[in-house]
Ligand binder design. Structure first.
Ligand code: SAM
Length: 264
């Protein structure tokens, strides 16, 4: 990438800006007291501007650099990987492939990792799982891969739904075992379907608001997994669970994040 460096700003070098465009600049940028003019080929600018300098800069492939930073994330029996790292999943681990994109839930956040670990600690065989705030679909897909009979992922953000569906396809989870829909609990339009496991990576205030809906959506004696909770907000969630009759509360912390499990 060919860049012509000119000391100054657009304001102080106003007289030279037209000259740069006329010489064939494909773009101008002002950064840290320097004007950077992008060119496809060198021109005879030196004759007209005394203090400029041509530089051949290496192309920065930001996407490639970002991809290189991603590592497999081990969460209990599951290892979450982007598609290009699927061969790095160790034998015996369940590979969960998530294409990093617009939706939250690549596995790299402590809350996602703890939630997958908590699912992985359960025997999900034959269970029906509800994932509230599904994002990339990671938790619903994990549940299906871990043997759940069916997993439903809900999200209020409609943009997440096609992303979650695509991630389920990448993982080979048939549509009959997983379903994603725009929606939530507590909106008044949900069915009276009940579930054997409910997982939700949201935030403490929302867990407080939805705790009654969680109780209604779960069959008695079923596990509830909540995360997205900052340590300082744990008491709010504890009080909500207590209020709605949940028992057997356990708490796990990872840095500033907390995961809570309870039984309906
Ligand atoms: N489940 C994924 C994970 O664990 O990585 C994504 C969790 S992300 C922190 C929270 C998701 O919840 C977002 O996709 C957001 O759109 C969704 N969300 C926020 N409020 C919600 C609500 N009231 N009901 C359902 N989904 C909600």
């Amino acid at each position: 990438m060919l860049v012509y460096h000119l000391p100054g700003t657009f304001e102080t070098r106003e007289a030279h800006l037209d000259l740069l465009w006329e010489a064939g600049a494909t773009g101008l940028e002002e950064r840290a007291g320097l004007i950077r003019a992008y060119f496809d080929a060198r021109t005879d600018l030196d004759a007209e501007i005394a203090d400029g300098e041509w530089r051949d800069e290496a192309e920065q492939d930001w996407q490639a650099q970002f991809k290189a930073t991603l590592k497999p994330v081990r969460a209990g029996r599951v290892t979450i990987v982007p598609p290009w790292l699927r061969d790095e999943v160790e034998a015996g681990q369940t590979a969960l492939i998530i294409e990093p994109g617009m939706a939250f839930g690549t596995g790299h956040h402590a809350t996602t990792r703890m939630a997958v670990e908590a699912l992985s600690a359960l025997d999900l065989t034959g269970r029906r799982v509800l994932d509230v705030g599904t994002g990339s679909g990671v938790l619903a897909i994990a549940a299906a891969l871990l043997g759940a009979d069916h997993a439903t992922g809900l999200d209020i953000d409609p943009l997440t739904i096609p992303i979650a569906i695509e991630n389920a396809e990448i993982n080979g989870v048939p549509p009959g075992r997983v379903a994603f829909a725009e929606g939530s609990l507590g909106l008044g339009d949900e069915s009276d379907e009940t579930f054997d496991v409910l997982v939700a990576n949201l935030y403490a205030e929302l867990h407080d608001l939805l705790a009654g809906e969680y109780a209604a959506a779960l069959r008695p004696g079923s596990p509830l997994i909540l995360t997205g909770i900052l340590t300082g907000k744990l008491d709010l969630v504890r009080a909500a669970l207590d209020r709605e009759g949940f028992g057997g509360v356990t708490v796990r912390e990872d840095g500033e994040w907390v995961l809570v499990t309870a039984t309906s």
